[in-house]
Design a binder for this molecule. Structure first.
Ligand SMILES: [Zn+2]
Length: 292
């Protein structure tokens, strides 16, 4: 896709060169334009939860049934494409009844690959891949990106996903094992990571769900800032109630991460997307349309 951008840039240079000098606007001290960043919401599966008890350690979701969405997000920037989270494996689309575990029914109504195709893209066209965290529902298609994309990953999360215990969970590990040899940029420490070097897309440490959980802040030219909050809030009620799932790696870090992200949302006026909450997903344009 970089090639297409180069062609577009050449065309736009050609068109602006066609205007006579008299047509040129006088160059006042105009604000520099924001980079042309677009956010595409992709449906990467559904998880029907028959009992959401594990999503709050105070028992408040015991017996609650809920459908989670499981989106992936493609962020297109003039310097490259970034896929944020990789959903549930496309292979599950071949099983219309999905996969049933004790409390989950997991389905893939439409593949990530098919949705990328509506944008004229294949997995190999995506330059960067990053994750909120390393649970199976965020890594399902990770191996499809491992050979070509650069994996941007929090060092603590990478250590967590390649620890002995994770390797022993053969089924989950097989979804992302090829990332171990992917071209990788390790994000060390808790500072924000500026993906394109212009402040338009940042990966922000928000640990506690897992040791290296991060959220993504994108500054869109028309819509303004948007926060993709990974698994900081699972249910619609989770944000207001500040619930902490019983399987999080740290309660203390989770509450600190909620405080940090809430402060960031207040300071930037960002739209907060709770990634598993259907209302938040439904309110976004769906690929091939984008939020700009
Ligand atoms: Zn999740």
């Amino acid at each position: 896709m970089l090639r297409h951008l180069a062609i577009a840039a050449a065309l736009s240079a050609l068109l602006s060169a066609c205007g006579s000098p008299a047509d040129a606007p006088t160059q006042a001290a105009a604000e520099p334009a924001k980079p042309d960043v677009a956010l595409y919401a992709l449906d990467c599966g559904r998880i029907l939860v028959s009992d959401a008890d594990a999503f709050a350690d105070d028992g408040s979701f015991k017996g609650v049934t809920r459908e989670f969405v499981d989106p992936c997000y493609l962020i297109r920037h003039p310097s490259g494409d970034l896929l944020w989270d990789a959903g549930i494996p496309d292979a599950l689309a071949a099983q219309p009844d999905g996969l049933k575990t004790d409390v989950y029914t997991i389905t893939v109504p439409t593949t990530l690959q098919a949705q990328l195709q509506t944008l004229g893209l294949g997995f190999a066209d995506i330059e960067y891949f990053s994750i909120s965290h390393s649970h199976f529902d965020h890594l399902g298609n990770a191996n499809a990106l491992a050979a070509t994309a650069t994996f941007l990953v929090d060092k603590e999360e990478r250590d967590h996903m390649f620890r002995a215990e994770a390797r022993a969970d053969a089924q989950s590990f097989s979804l992302y094992n090829q990332l171990e040899t992917a071209k990788t940029t390790l994000i060390e420490g808790d500072a924000d990571y500026d993906v394109f070097g212009d402040g338009s897309v940042k990966l922000i440490a928000a640990q506690g769900h897992t040791p290296g959980h991060r959220v993504l802040l994108a500054d869109l030219p028309e819509s303004g800032p948007v926060l993709l909050t990974g698994d900081l809030f699972h249910l619609a009620e989770s944000r207001e109630r500040r619930t902490v799932p019983s399987f999080n790696t740290s309660r203390e870090e989770t509450l600190a991460a909620i405080d940090k992200v809430e402060a960031l949302a207040a300071a930037t006026g960002a739209r907060v997307i709770r990634q598993h909450v259907p209302e938040d997903f439904a309110a976004l344009p769906r690929a091939p349309e984008a939020l700009r």
